[in-house]
Design a protein. Sequence first.
Length: 235
Amino acid sequence: MNTPSRRRILSTALALGLVGCGRQQSEEQVVGTVPPTGSSVADGKQALERLLAGNARFVAAQEQDLDEGIARRIAVSKGQHPFATILGCVDSRVPIELVFDQGLGDLVVVRSAGGALDQSVIGSLEFGVAELHTPLLLVLGHQRCGALDATIKALDKPTAHPGKLGYLVDTLAPAVRQTSGKPGDRLTNAVHANVTHVLAELRRSPVITPLEQSGKLQLAGAYYELDTGKVTVES
Ligand SMILES: [Zn+2]
């Protein structure tokens, strides 16, 4: 069962105008009631541990307050110190902050269908690790990914795709081709292969690789299971 925390109670009280009791509540007083965000992790390993702890709460349906109340909003309004940059799919069932039980100011999230890379996606991830200094870059694939399933079908039966859908298929195709003829479920294999492929591509970035080599950044791949809500780190 969730229990209302001091933070949530304070947020509610602020919204109702109950805090202050005749004197103005300073922003510092309000901010002082919320926990720090990314500055509380020392390295990528701790960032990953924090994500997995949040996912365990999500799996158990014991989420803490999402740090999205008034106090948190004020606390992060002057600056941000997110602790992880995450590339995920656009799938509506895999909202990144929710599955890791994180709130305002905690994560830099980039999403594209199947986690497909293009210049904007790579640049946004580079922004997260180089400008916002997150010590962790996580690539998250997920069970029954529709984008990769569509790519499998497109490769099996080539058809013309309107708009930019063909670009997505072309971008995701290399990982799908890698799994051709492999034992096991073809789509699941493709999701895992795509995470590996994306990580390899990101390691070609002249921004990301030096950070990893210097020990300031950890790269990791993970898999989200729709059936259970559980995230498993793969690499
Ligand atoms: Zn997907």
